[in-house]
Every structure is written in structure tokens, then in C-alpha cells.
Design a protein around this ligand. Structure first.
Ligand code: ADP
Length: 221
């Protein structure tokens, strides 16, 4: 499903990724943990096509990302990749329902079909009663659940989440954990989640440890 081979990345003189190899199978939920500055977000951005590696290869669903033109890459990203960020990044002027529908409409899904699907996903997130609300009228946990629904609307090959619980208080964190726990049994959806949240990492199928630009067996102090 996802195959990363010897990925290197530098920003100027700073070597951030020093030869990353990683394979993730279909339906797997993988967490990436490690100290700040280890390169976790950079790796996520490269796998998510938002950043380019200096060398090495990333394959997603048998597509070699380095072989796609910018235009094809943007299309590939919208169709195959979902994102959930620490700060939900919902569009404030649109309702929850509209926010979830937007990537489907960009992908040329018909309005009616997009609405039906968005409603189904919002129901799965426990948000049927909240979908006509705008982001400012939703709690932090609700906004993150809308962001998860939005990430799932185009049936992506993979969803990348960067600190999805990072901005939430304890109660909202617990809610997001149980959501991921439920999604694990309801969907055969691949998720790759960068997190400092140990509880969230503990409910994933596998945890990858990163340190100083490398994947390591365990974080040594
Ligand atoms: P982590 O997610 O593990 O905290 P990051 O991947 O965010 O680590 O960052 C790794 C290192 O790369 C940090 O030292 C960070 O400052 C640097 N870095 C990340 N993105 C950029 C960028 N766009 N330009 C320059 N340096 C960057």
C-alpha cells in the first residue's frame, strides 16, 4: 500500500531525514512518535505529497510519487489522500456539512451524492445534529471529528494525521480516542498518525519510533 525507500530530506544544511524505510499495509493504523525535531512531520508531509524528498522513493498504491507531474500530483492528492491537522483547518464561512462536501465537489462528485456521503460520515462521527453549524459554533472535539469526516469523503487510500489530538483538552481527547477506536473496527482505512499522545498511539496497530531523522527500535533517553 505505502512503501517508503531510503528517503532523505534536508532543509539547507540541516539533514532532517536520513534514510527512511517504511511499509504500511492496507487498513493498518500506524502511529509515529518521537521527540520534537525528529522529522516526523516532514516524513508525513513527504508521504502526503505536500513536500518533496531529496532522494529515495515513495510509492502509494503502486504510484511512484516522484514520477507524477505537479498537476497529476494535486489530482492524486485530492482523490487518494486525506489529511487531519492539529488545528482542524475547516473553512469558517461554511457549515460542517459543506466543509465535508468540499473535497468531494472538487473531485467532481455530484452535489446530491456528495451531500449523502457527507451526511453518512458525519453520522458515523456522531455529528448528525451538528452538521448545519459553522466551525465557530462547534467544540474543539467536534471540529476535529468534522475534519476526520472531511478526510474520509473521497475514500482515500490513506489518511495522514498530524497531532490530531494536539489542540484538545482531556475530555475532547478521550472522545477522539474512542472515535479512532471505533473507526478501526468499522472501516478498513489506512491511517498514519504523528502524535505525542501516548494513549492515542496505544490504540494504533503499530507504533514507529523516530529519532534524529531515523526510524529506531525504541527511543533511548
Ligand atoms: P517533528 O515533527 O518530529 O517535530 P519536523 O519534521 O517538524 O519534526 O522537523 C524536523 C526538523 O526540520 C526541525 O529541526 C525543523 O525545524 C526542521 N524543518 C521542518 N520543516 C522545515 C522547513 N520547511 N524549513 C526549514 N526547516 C524545517
Amino acid at each position: 500500500m505505502i512503501n517508503v525507500k531510503q528517503v532523505h530530506k534536508s532543509f539547507g544544511d540541516l539533514q532532517v531525514l536520513k534514510g527512511i524505510d517504511l511499509e504500511v499495509g492496507k487498513g493498518e493504523i500506524v502511529s509515529i512518535v518521537g521527540p520534537s525535531g525528529a522529522g516526523k512531520t516532514t516524513l508525513l508531509m513527504i508521504m502526503g505529497t505536500l513536500e518533496k524528498a531529496n532522494s529515495g522513493k515513495v510509492m502509494i498504491d503502486n504510484n511512484d510519487l516522484s514520477k507524477l507531474s505537479e498537476k497529476k500530483l494535486a489530482d492524486f492528492r485530492n482523490k487518494n489522500i486525506g489529511f487531519v491537522f492539529q488545528f482542524h483547518q475547516l473553512l469558517p464561512e461554511f457549515t460542517a456539512l459543506e466543509n465535508v462536501m468540499i473535497p468531494a465537489l472538487i473531485g467532481n462528485m455530484k452535489q446530491g451524492a456528495a451531500e449523502k456521503k457527507a451526511k453518512k460520515l458525519l453520522a458515523m462521527m456522531g455529528l448528525s445534529e451538528r452538521m448545519e453549524h459553522k466551525p465557530a459554533e462547534l467544540s474543539g472535539g467536534e471540529k476535529q471529528r468534522v475534519a476526520v469526516a472531511r478526510a474520509l469523503i473521497n475514500d482515500p487510500v490513506v489518511v495522514f494525521a498530524d497531532e490530531p489530538s494536539g489542540s484538545l483538552d482531556t475530555d475532547n481527547k478521550a472522545e477522539l480516542h474512542s472515535l479512532f477506536f471505533e473507526l478501526r473496527s468499522q472501516l478498513n482505512q489506512t491511517f498514519i498518525i504523528v502524535t505525542h499522545d501516548e494513549q492515542l498511539a496505544s490504540i494504533t496497530d503499530r507504533t514507529i519510533h523516530m529519532m534524529d531523522g531515523r526510524i529506531v527500535e525504541k527511543i533511548s533517553d
